[in-house]
Every structure is written in structure tokens, then in C-alpha cells.
Write a protein that binds this ligand. Structure first.
Ligand code: E4P
Length: 218
């Protein structure tokens, strides 16, 4: 399973990249705003800075919601760097834009997906990635993992190439469940990735090893 980090924070991206397990980055307009990035030039510069930091795909989201606007913005984003994946919302105009970009060999990520029907449409339109939002479904008492399961079955039935990018991951159990089901990618914050490291028996075991080593080497 590929690991993407879901942030526009350069320090977090660098930390995950330095760990050696990072396969890409996803961003969204809220994450860019959180870093105080505004104005077209600054936004484009920031995406370029992210691309320079990572070995892997970098999702950059369009703001337009009409077909022409999405194409204009998406083409501009794609020109920035080969790593850019144009992130398109799951709306009617977005489906047309996904088809436009996929037929031109530009990578896409269909975002804000909350149902299997939406995921089916995204695959038919040729999206490179589809982003079902697990955490936000959990937030409203739907099991986000059921959606990953359903999409996996549908995509396998028809051998769609679209990769399932499990998004809105909030904690390590989400990541482990996604890996069990066979999501192609997960995207989450640095905290969720680092939480995979944690086990109290690892900590106590290491403390004992080091103490025993120190005693026998006094
Ligand atoms: C996906 O690409 C989104 O950026 C993201 O995963 C949303 O996560 P959130 O629900 O934690 O905001």
C-alpha cells in the first residue's frame, strides 16, 4: 500500500520523506489555507516547493467548479511539475474534466467521494485515483471502511485501473484496515503515520535491552 501524507505543511512532508516511507502528498484548499498560503502565485510556488521535496505524486486541487475553469486551472497545475495530480471534485462538471484529463494523459484524483456509485463514475471517467473520505463518513455514523470494501469489490470485478486512495484517514487503525481490505493508497496526517510505530512492548523491551547492555559493559 502506498503512503501519502495529507498536508501542505513542508516540515511534516520533509519529516515523512526523511523516514523513507513516503509515496506522495495530498493537499486541499483547507490545508493550503491552514498554512497561510493564498494568492495564485503563492499557491503555485507552494505546490512546486512540495514537488521538490517528495519522490511521488502531489495532488493539487482546482477551485473552479465549471468545466472550462477546471480545465484551465488543471492544465496550469499540471505544467508545474510531472508529479502533479490534478484533484477534481466529484460533481457533474468534474466527471467531464476527469475524462478530459485522462484522455490527455494528465493524472487526476477525484475527491470528495462518499458512495460506491460516485467511485464507479470516477473509474469510468478514467480517474487515476479516487478519494473516498473514511473519517468524514465515520463522523456522521457511517462506517467509512464499508465504502472502501465496496469500491474494492467493484473495481476488481471490472479490473478498473483507478487506484483507491483512502482519504480522511485519522488514526492508525484506519491505515491497518485499509491495508487489510487492499486500498491501493492511504493519505493521512503525519501523526497517523507515526502512530503506526507505537507499541508499549517495543518501548519496554528496548529499555530492558539497553539496561542489560549497559550493566554488562560497565
Ligand atoms: C483528501 O485528499 C483530503 O485532503 C483529506 O483526506 C480530508 O481529510 P479530513 O476529513 O481529515 O479533512
Amino acid at each position: 500500500m502506498k503512503f501519502f501524507i495529507d498536508t501542505a505543511n513542508l516540515a511534516h512532508i520533509k519529516e515523512a520523506q526523511d523516514l523513507g516511507v513516503l509515496d506522495g502528498v495530498t493537499t486541499n484548499p483547507s490545508l493550503m489555507a491552514k498554512e497561510g498560503i493564498s494568492g495564485k502565485d503563492n499557491v503555485l510556488r507552494h505546490y512546486k516547493a512540495i514537488c521538490d521535496l517528495v519522490d511521488g505524486d502531489v495532488s493539487a486541487e482546482v477551485i473552479a467548479t465549471d468545466f472550462e475553469g477546471m480545465i484551465r486551472e488543471g492544465e496550469e497545475l499540471a505544467e508545474l511539475d510531472d508529479k502533479i495530480v490534478v484533484k477534481i471534485p466529484m460533481i457533474k462538471e468534474g466527471i467531464k474534466a476527469l475524462k478530459y484529463f485522462s484522455s490527455r494523459g494528465i493524472k487526476t484524483n477525484c475527491t470528495l467521494v462518499f458512495s460506491a456509485g460516485q467511485a464507479l463514475l470516477a473509474a469510468k471517467a478514467g480517474a487515476t485515483y479516487v478519494s473516498p473520505f473514511i473519517g468524514r463518513l465515520d463522523d456522521i455514523s457511517f462506517d467509512g471502511m464499508d465504502l472502501i470494501d465496496q469500491i474494492r469489490v467493484i473495481y476488481d470485478n471490472y479490473e478498473y485501473d483507478t487506484q483507491i486512495l483512502a482519504a480522511s484517514v485519522r488514526h492508525p487503525i484506519h491505515i491497518i484496515k485499509c491495508a487489510e481490505i487492499g486500498a491501493d493508497v492511504m493519505t493521512g496526517p503525519l501523526s497517523a503515520i507515526l502512530a503506526l510505530l507505537k507499541h508499549p512492548l517495543t518501548d519496554s523491551g528496548l529499555a530492558t535491552f539497553l539496561a542489560d547492555h549497559a550493566k554488562s559493559n560497565q
